[in-house]
Structures are given as structure tokens and as C-alpha cells.
Ligand binder design. Structure first.
Ligand code: SF4
Length: 176
């Protein structure tokens, strides 16, 4: 499986969730949060569809295949636009867009920035990519590829975020 932004994101949220997703065990269709997020995305910036374009980006780092689908990319301003429901896992959001910025760089597009928008909170965060970020992304991409190939699923993390995770039933079955 190609390493994408979802796996990079999940790696920072929960390695178990990352492993499950990377190995094709998907339960996202049961998650209200995912549905709400998609709805928010579609309704909040409907008019932007005409101004910006979705862009698929692929690259290779060492022997790891990378792929990203940027929802809104303003090629003229070199700005990636990402919309999020909240900012509770803001670090993961930042790494998601940093991954996109890295893919752009690997394709020869330098100097791009990313803007994460939280319409429900009326907040925006600008994200840039520096040399340290690139080094971390290189390491994370390799770590995700290694994690994906692990025969054993990582343990349950027993964190607050589990309550809103689509894998909750799978992880906590029999624990009540
Ligand atoms: S329920 Fe918790 S431990 Fe299980 S995959 Fe989700 S975040 Fe990870």
C-alpha cells in the first residue's frame, strides 16, 4: 500500500489505527465524525471549488511510494487549503499538510505554504515546511512502511480519542 496523508496522520494519532488502516481494515463508513467532516468540507467552501483545483501528487522517497490528494490547491499563490472540524488533534492536522508540502517539494514545487481552516471555530493556521520537518517526514514515511509490514497489530492506546474512533468497538470489545 502506498503511504498517504491518512497513514501519516494516523501514525501521529495512534499506531494501532495506522496499522489497521494500512492493512485494509477500514471502518470509516461507520464513523459519524468522518461523515460530519466530509459534510462540513462540502458545505463550508462550496464556492471554492470554482477557484481552486484538487490535485493528486505522487512521489517516491527511497523505496517508499508516497501519494497525496490535496483537496484545494491554489497553484498561483502556492497555497494548500485544508478544512478541519476542530483543533483537538491539531498536531496531526499540521503533519498532514506538511506531508502534502513535502510531496510538492519532491515534485520540484518549492515555497508553498498550507492554510488549515477551522470554520466552526473561526480559526486559521498557516503551516510552513522546514528542513527539520522534512527530516521527520522522511523518518515517519519509513516508520509507517515498517509498521504496515509488522505481523502484529500494535496494542490499544486507551486514550480519550478512542471514544470517537471508528475502531472503538473492534478495540474495546469485551472490555466492559
Ligand atoms: S480505538 Fe483507540 S486504540 Fe483503537 S485504533 Fe482507535 S485510537 Fe487506536
Amino acid at each position: 500500500m502506498t503511504i498517504n496523508a491518512t497513514l501519516i496522520n494516523l501514525y501521529h494519532v495512534c499506531k494501532r489505527e495506522c496499522w489497521l488502516h494500512a492493512n485494509g481494515i477500514n471502518m470509516e463508513h461507520t464513523s459519524d465524525m468522518v461523515y460530519d467532516g466530509k459534510l462540513l468540507h462540502e458545505t463550508s467552501y462550496a464556492e471554492r471549488n470554482e477557484k481552486h483545483s484538487e490535485m493528486a501528487v505522487e512521489a517516491k522517497y527511497e523505496d517508499v511510494d508516497l501519494r497525496g490528494k490535496i483537496d484545494f490547491y491554489d497553484a498561483r499563490q502556492k497555497v494548500i487549503h485544508e478544512t478541519k472540524r476542530g483543533n483537538k488533534v491539531e498536531s496531526a492536522h499540521e503533519w498532514q499538510v506538511k506531508f502534502y508540502l513535502w510531496l510538492l517539494r519532491l515534485n520540484g514545487i518549492d515555497g508553498a505554504n498550507a492554510k488549515i481552516e477551522y470554520p466552526l471555530l473561526r480559526q486559521t493556521h498557516w503551516v510552513q515546511l522546514d528542513a527539520e520537518d522534512i527530516s521527520k517526514l522522511e523518518q515517519t514515511a519509513k516508520s509507517v512502511a515498517l509498521l504496515r509490514d509488522e505481523p502484529q497489530c500494535p496494542p490499544v492506546i486507551k486514550a480519550k480519542i478512542c471514544q470517537s474512533c471508528s475502531y472503538y468497538d473492534l478495540c474495546y470489545i469485551g472490555e466492559e
